[in-house]
Design a protein around this ligand. Structure first.
Ligand code: ZN
Length: 224
């Protein structure tokens, strides 16, 4: 059976990558110059994976719903949903009072950007605080913290000791954020996911598996 490809994206990349969208469609990212036949071969070869992944995404509950920025819509922050209220008057484009999000009506056309800016700022504050706490506790030395707009990676650690985290993490519960923080801090000492890497993670966070699992199951919800 031939598998339907919804879209082929040609880029400067070196390898072919398969991606299943939130609505179960197959997207192929391929280097320039790769033929349709080659792509079809790769797709056929990974048929089982594609079908499994599609099933997994389509059977997920709750379904991810793209935000519309309307009154009463829920927005995640530290693992909880808060309802949005569109207001006509306030001093900043967005406001959060631990109860609701308030968005100034004039900013509706750029609501997504306004939210992402807010999330980024909060992510930087909270993640810096957690990194510092764990670094002190265990004597890790890191360089800089950066908040990224990565979609596929929650965090990364560079060879120069810079720690990068996706802004989307701030939507997750705090213990889940802590797990990613611990994970990246341990990478300062252990580059690979070796046995000793996981031993060190466990020493800092005995119940890390629970949070790692949460992220795997719910990560798709952490976006706008
Ligand atoms: Zn890792």
């Amino acid at each position: 059976m031939k598998i339907e490809i919804s879209k082929i994206i040609k880029t400067k990349r070196k390898t072919i990558a398969l991606q299943i969208t939130e609505d179960g469609k197959l997207i192929v990212k391929a280097p320039f110059g790769v033929s349709k036949e080659t792509i079809q071969k790769v797709v056929t070869k990974h048929k089982d994976w594609i079908e499994k992944k599609k099933k997994e995404i389509l059977s997920r509950a709750p379904k991810f719903v793209k935000k519309e920025f309307v009154n009463g819509e829920g927005f995640l922050y530290l693992g909880k949903y808060y309802k949005l209220r569109i207001v006509d008057k306030q001093d900043t484009p967005i406001l959060f009072d631990n109860n609701h999000f308030y968005l100034l009506r004039d900013y509706l056309p750029v609501a997504k950007e306004v939210f992402i800016d807010w999330y980024k700022k909060k992510a930087y504050e909270k993640i810096s605080e957690r990194v510092e706490w764990y670094a002190k506790k265990r004597g890790f030395v890191y360089n800089k913290i950066k908040i990224t707009k990565a979609n596929q990676r929650w965090g990364s650690c560079s060879s120069r000791g810079n720690l990068n985290f996706s802004w989307r993490l701030i939507m997750a519960p705090l213990p889940v954020i802590d797990y990613v923080v611990v994970h990246e801090l341990v990478h300062l000492e252990e580059k690979n996911h070796s046995k000793s890497f996981w031993t060190k993670v466990k020493m800092l966070m005995p119940d890390y598996e629970k949070h790692k699992d949460w992220l795997k199951r719910n990560g798709y919800l952490l976006t706008l």
